[in-house]
Ligand binder design. Structure first.
Ligand code: SD4
Length: 334
């Protein structure tokens, strides 16, 4: 450790001395966290809601073969995207108020490469399109028709994603057109997945059809790096579910990761981010009962945490002890 510290200090002095010295103490802390390999719990994967269980299974198949966290999270969330019975992600997702299924997704790897798509229609696997944006374009985000054309160019097929049940429900909804997104509908929303692989690297993926009956063109937090997902391979990763507008307002997942950088545990970091939402809801004179947001987080040591505004949010954790659903602790006790 001492040698390592000396090395860091020497390097700092030799290169950008002024800038790095300002952050020297913090750098030492970060190195300590990432260098205690004996205590790191890995691999581990976390994902939101009940559908995290089968998604984690697929991710674990990659992780247990010493695969890359990036491949694990993409493989994992594709399971949910392809399932027509999951009515809030990918194929089978509920439509917007015009009856159009529009999908949002993003992905982030251990090198801080990022890719994202928003308001993408007719494509079953937005997460893989997001990955292609990351790996094959000079950009980080494509939306709407541009994202769709890019998906076709990458070999994705145009498909009808509106399943019969969703169409029936939407037609029923049109009779009142009452838009009040509720918390925890059917216990599943966005799937956000974060993983730490055998090599000690972190990645994350997040994919959703967004809030049912949203305005056409509405984009939530899920495809926005820093809001619905954030990964810093030196520190940790976080992903979110719930009312995207509230997550975007506090740049939620970036906040969770920055709180971990300041030394907070993943649990404390999630709690503090939720408290920021609670406070802003009061300042804005809105009713907290109408809001649900949940965060899950993982740090470089493989420690995890989760917290949400109100009860009902759960997440799946797969590590060497198995694949389990865990109820997240929550703020609003009434
Ligand atoms: C969104 N956060 O579009 C997503 C959807 C979700 O509960 O998780 N809904 O705002």
């Amino acid at each position: 450790m001492a040698n390592r510290r000396n090395f860091i200090k020497t390097t700092a002095i030799a290169s950008v001395a002024v800038a790095l010295n300002a952050f020297k103490d913090k750098t030492d802390e970060i190195e300590e966290v990432s260098s205690i390999s004996g205590k790191v719990k890995k691999p581990i994967v976390l994902s939101t809601w009940n559908f995290g269980i089968p998604a984690n299974e697929a991710a674990w198949d990659v992780l247990k073969k010493k695969g890359r966290a990036l491949d694990a999270v993409e493989t994992g969330v594709r399971i949910t995207e392809a399932d027509p019975k999951e009515r809030s992600v990918g194929y089978g997702g509920r439509p917007d108020r015009d009856g159009r299924v529009t999908l949002d997704a993003c992905i982030m790897d251990e090198f801080s490469n990022i890719g994202s798509v928003a308001c993408l229609e007719h494509i079953k696997h937005p997460i893989s399109v997001a990955r292609a944006v990351m790996e094959k374009t000079p950009h980080v985000m494509l939306v709407g028709e541009g994202a769709f054309q890019f998906a076709l160019s990458q070999g994705h097929k145009k498909e009808n994603l509106l399943v019969e049940t969703s169409e029936k429900e939407w037609k029923e909804w049109l009779k009142t057109s009452d838009y009040h997104p509720k918390a925890n509908i059917e216990n599943h929303d966005t799937i956000g997945m974060i993983a730490l692989d055998e090599h000690g690297n972190l990645s994350g993926a997040c994919t959703t059809s967004g809030l049912a009956y949203k305005m056409h063109g509405r984009v939530g937090d899920s495809p926005i790096i820093g809001a619905g997902l954030y990964v810093d391979n030196e520190i940790g990763a976080a992903t979110a579910t719930g009312h995207g507008e509230e997550v975007i307002r506090i740049a939620g997942c970036h906040l969770v990761v920055e709180l971990m950088r300041q030394g907070k545990s993943p649990q404390k970091a999630c709690e503090e981010a939720v408290m920021r939402i609670v406070k802003l809801t009061q300042i804005r004179n809105k009713n907290l009962k109408d809001i649900q947001v949940g965060f899950i987080a993982l740090n470089k040591k493989g420690e995890h945490g989760a917290y949400c505004v109100q009860g009902g949010f759960n997440y799946a954790k797969y590590d060497e002890t198995g694949n389990k659903l865990i109820d997240a602790a929550y703020y609003l006790k009434v």
